[in-house]
Design a protein around this ligand. Structure first.
Ligand SMILES: [Zn+2]
Length: 178
């Protein structure tokens, strides 16, 4: 397994709609292993494939002590509404309150090529929706008001003005998850 470099805000791949996977093969399973490892090292609750430069509909989630991959995910049901703070491994140190459906039913393919369904609420439901957004080229910033988004973006650009390029190497860490 290996750590994959993360694409940060500004990388065009974060704005692309990712392609369906269909059949799951060893190459996809290797990518999943690397994505889990990268998510853990970066201490995220989720990671979408385009965040590591691969425009396929694949994401991994580790939230509320549930750890799973979703390939070609779709949301079958959603209800309620909840607002909570979100961040993103591709937009370091930026956080904002996002309103989303509170409960969802997910359908996706697992690493063995089997479709499964999962009901989720709270943080897990939020993480699933955040990752599926990534697969459609949507970032959590897009859910904020224009004023709030511009404020956060201005601060982000100020704090990252010395960085060149949109790729960040993830360091292996033994520290606990956030
Ligand atoms: Zn994200």
């Amino acid at each position: 397994m290996s750590l994959l470099p993360l694409h940060l805000l500004g990388s065009p791949v974060l704005r692309q709609r990712s392609h369906e996977v269909g059949a799951v093969d060893d190459e996809i399973r290797r990518l999943l292993d690397d994505m889990y490892e990268t998510m853990d090292a970066a201490r995220g609750v989720g990671l979408a494939a385009n965040q590591v430069g691969v425009t396929r509909r694949i994401a991994v989630v580790h939230a509320d002590e549930d750890r799973f991959e979703m390939i070609d995910p779709v949301i079958l049901e959603n209800d309620g509404r909840a607002s909570a703070e979100e961040g993103c491994l591709s937009i370091p140190d930026v956080y904002g309150d996002v309103s989303r459906p509170e409960r969802i039913v997910l359908e996706a393919t697992d690493r063995h090529g089997k479709r499964f369904r999962k009901e989720a609420t709270g943080l897990k439901a939020r993480a699933i929706q955040h990752e599926i957004d990534h697969l459609d080229g949507i970032l959590f910033l897009d859910h904020l008001s224009l004023v709030k988004r511009q404020m956060l973006l201005a601060r982000y650009r100020r704090e990252h003005k010395d960085e060149t390029g949109f790729i960040k190497e993830v360091q292996a860490e033994s520290a606990g998850r956030e």
